[in-house]
Design a binder for this molecule. Structure first.
Ligand SMILES: [Zn+2]
Ligand SMILES: [Zn+2]
Length: 235
């Protein structure tokens, strides 16, 4: 463990050698982030949304969307930092598929800024797991990269091995709702005896929410009482 002073000097040196540059336009970044003040103002922040599934809602709507009132998901609450629109969709694609970790760092900083204020600290944080084949292919789990700084900020443990993905599932967006549910059945296995009271699941994008729903269902079946979801972006 380097002395904190050395880490600070090291951090300052990195900033001098590689000053933060806006990932949108290349202008100098601000506050140590790879984002300039102009592009920060244009960011598609999440705005008013369903408290249960994080789907964007008109400001005048109730706290819960009609879908969640009719068919509540297995998770208790969900929050997104951003909308899945330009430039966020591009950042996520570069982060996930081209291993550009600086894009992940910026997304994590934006999640912290949007989601930490007023948050109820969970007992632990779980990144949505990747199947081991996909993890080997990619070299990192994007959800774990986003979850780690949040766990540090909340001072709660990050538990990356509490849930395993037992099957590789095809991308869920291309399938019908019924097909998605069928596909995901038995896709996750929770470690025996893992049952904290309050778990926070972290992922990069929520599209239909079916993966997070299935994961929350498995956790609840194992004895977890409350499951919350935080994502960088909501489609
Ligand atoms: Zn910019
Ligand atoms: Zn909803």
């Amino acid at each position: 463990m380097p002395h904190p002073l050395w880490s600070r000097i090291g951090g300052a040196l990195v900033e001098t050698l590689y000053p933060p540059l806006c990932l949108c336009c290349g202008a100098p970044g601000q506050g140590g982030m790879d984002l300039c003040p102009d592009c920060a103002r244009e960011l598609p922040l999440a705005g008013p949304a369903c408290q249960r599934c994080a789907r964007p809602l008109p400001a005048a709507a109730g706290p819960i969307c009609g879908d969640c009132l009719r068919h509540p998901p297995a998770f208790d609450a969900a929050r997104a930092a951003l909308r899945y629109q330009w430039p966020v969709d591009t950042w996520i694609a570069r982060f996930k598929f081209r291993g550009r970790l600086n894009h992940g760092r910026l997304l994590a900083r934006l999640m912290a800024g949007q989601l930490l204020p007023g948050a109820q600290p969970p007992d632990c944080i779980l990144p949505v797991p990747l199947h081991r084949h996909r993890l080997a292919q990619r070299g990192f789990n994007q959800a774990a990269e986003l979850a780690r700084p949040l766990a540090q900020a909340l001072q709660v443990p990050l538990v990356p091995d509490a849930v395993r993905r037992t099957r590789a599932t095809p991308p869920q967006q291309t399938l019908s709702a019924a097909r998605r549910r069928h596909n995901l059945r038995g896709a996750f296995a929770v470690r025996a005896g893992f049952a904290p009271g309050h778990v926070l699941l972290v992922d990069d994008v929520m599209t239909t929410g079916s993966t997070l729903d299935e994961l929350a269902r498995r956790l609840k079946a194992s004895g977890v009482r409350r499951v919350e979801v935080w994502v960088a972006a909501r489609a």
